[in-house]
Design a protein around this ligand. Structure first.
Ligand SMILES: [Cu+2]
Length: 499
């Protein structure tokens, strides 16, 4: 489908050892120099949680010696004294994925790069070192920060050989939860993200809304990425999002995750892939959603399945089923007649084992909610998403993306309501930078939002009404389809917030 953008397979690095997630239980501060790739990353304990990665012996699924990997998280780079300095080197390297050695695009040599972990009010100074033969850049998906200068500015091009220093100042009231970072280089975001350029961000503080007895539960990041292999590499041209693809959790195929019967864990599910959607289900238990797209919910809601379009995240509480094995799966999902069909696939195996624990009562009310239903609407707009019949060009308001054109001008300190229409025979995933939105209705039916969100699936020939408030940041930033193949082929537009 996508033939735009390619990276020559010239630079073959040495094999990469998957990063081992450091124990987070203690209060020690460790200083690690990661093969000279991460400058100074202070890796400290987060909030007293139980180690999220455990020795293989504990989680060996069956004792059969099968190749099932133990669950493991990427290493974490954690802020100290309100600052985190990170160096991300972007380069093509050979990585080991699902037992194959493949050339991939990596941050610091890893297909599943470090998790960046901060608290509201922190500053992130991030040096992006581009060792690719093409441009790249960085987007901090979901962050409510300035889109200008060297902050979350996706109009920057970091050229081959360049090092660029981003600096992000997080608001003191930035919502806690799971975010992510990825390349936003137009029009090659699909190949760059698909080949590996995405990682997770955690903003701490979600625990404060939990009852005291649940504030120290084991936390696990489950970052969902899929890859295909062609000629010893993840393809960076001609990517077919409908082709068979290998789904990974933190870069692992079907890892074994341990839980005790009755135990409550906090899982951070994040779809950080380029194109495909997931419909996740965990056999024997339900997902109890405490944050969506890093927006803590007003009321905890539970579901058997969660649809996760590209870019979406859910922070959920799960509780260990009776002793035994159960599967975390993605169920069959179709994005429409002109879209893709994704088959059922096992993502991970949950091993409920060990001494049973009394099952905790989960909270119902959770976090404060700034409900935009109460806002006066200053401006209403209709935005249309469409595509040509061959699905080779994708449009917003009948136009292909133009980086220098302002498509929407909004005023600071206003609330707008947008009716986002999808005229196509396939779903699209609406996403906007900087300011999250509240879904008001879907296909004319009132939607009972329990939080804001930053991604929403647009139904085939349907519409979603959203509200958002422009309060803190001036400047230009995009909204687009988060199926990156569509974004690269035109489905992106610019909003500018003016005084
Ligand atoms: Cu789309």
């Amino acid at each position: 489908m996508s033939a735009i953008g390619s990276v020559p397979h010239a630079h073959v690095g040495r094999p990469v050892r998957p990063g081992r997630f450091p124990a987070r239980g203690g209060r020690r501060i460790r200083r690690r120099v990661l093969a000279g790739l991460v400058a100074v990353a202070v890796v400290i304990s987060g909030c007293g949680g139980v180690p999220a990665g455990r020795p293989a012996a504990e989680e060996s699924p069956t004792g059969t010696g099968a190749a099932q990997p133990s669950f493991r998280e990427p290493r974490q780079l954690v802020s100290a004294n309100k600052v985190l300095k990170v160096r991300l080197v972007v380069e093509m390297r050979t990585v080991e994925l699902a037992g194959q050695r493949l050339r991939a695009l990596t941050y610091n040599g890893d297909y599943m790069p470090p998790t960046i972990r901060l608290s509201p009010g922190d500053r992130l100074d991030l040096a992006l070192v581009n060792k690719l033969p093409e441009k790249t850049n960085l987007h901090t998906h979901g962050w409510h920060v300035s889109p200008q200068g060297n902050s979350d500015n996706i109009y920057l091009h970091i050229h081959p050989g360049e090092t660029y220093r981003y600096s992000y100042r997080l608001p003191k009231d930035l919502a806690p939860g799971t975010y992510w970072y990825h390349s936003h280089a137009h029009p090659i975001s699909e190949p760059q993200v698909f080949a590996g350029l995405s990682g997770a961000i955690v903003i701490d503080g979600l625990e404060k809304y939990l009852p005291a007895g649940l504030r120290h539960v084991t936390q696990r990041l489950l970052a969902l990425k899929d890859f295909q292999a062609r000629n010893g590499a993840i393809p960076t041209a001609g990517i077919d999002s409908n082709a068979p693809t290998t789904r990974t959790v933190n870069g692992l195929v079907d890892p074994a995750i341990a839980i005790r019967p009755g135990e409550t864990q906090l899982w951070r599910l994040a779809n950080i892939g380029a194109d495909i959607a997931y419909k996740v289900q965990l056999q024997g238990t339900r997902f109890n959603v405490i944050a969506q797209d890093a927006n803590p919910v007003s009321t905890v809601w539970s579901a058997d399945t969660l649809v996760m379009p590209p870019g979406s995240r859910f922070d959920v509480l799960v509780q260990g089923p009776p002793a035994g094995r159960s599967l975390l799966r993605t169920l069959p999902y179709t994005t429409g007649p002109a879209g893709d069909d994704y088959p059922e696939t096992t993502l991970a195996t949950l091993l409920s084992t060990g001494r049973p624990m009394p099952q905790a009562t989960l909270p119902t009310t959770f976090a404060p909610f700034d409900d935009l239903r109460a806002d006066r609407v200053d401006r209403r707009r209709t935005i249309t998403f469409s595509e040509n019949s061959a699905s080779t060009e994708f449009y917003i308001d009948n136009k292909l993306f133009a980086p220098d054109r302002i498509d929407v001008r909004a005023r600071l300190n206003t609330t707008e309501e947008w009716t986002v229409r999808n005229l196509a025979d396939e779903e699209h995933t609406f996403h906007i930078h900087v300011n999250d939105f509240q879904v008001m209705s879907v296909n004319g039916r009132t939607y009972n939002a329990r939080s804001w969100q930053d991604t929403v699936q647009l139904p085939v020939h349907g519409e979603v009404v959203i509200r958002m408030r422009f309060r803190d940041f001036l400047g230009k930033y995009p909204f687009h389809c988060h199926i990156l193949n569509h974004e690269d082929k035109g489905m992106m537009a610019n909003i500018e917030v003016v005084p």
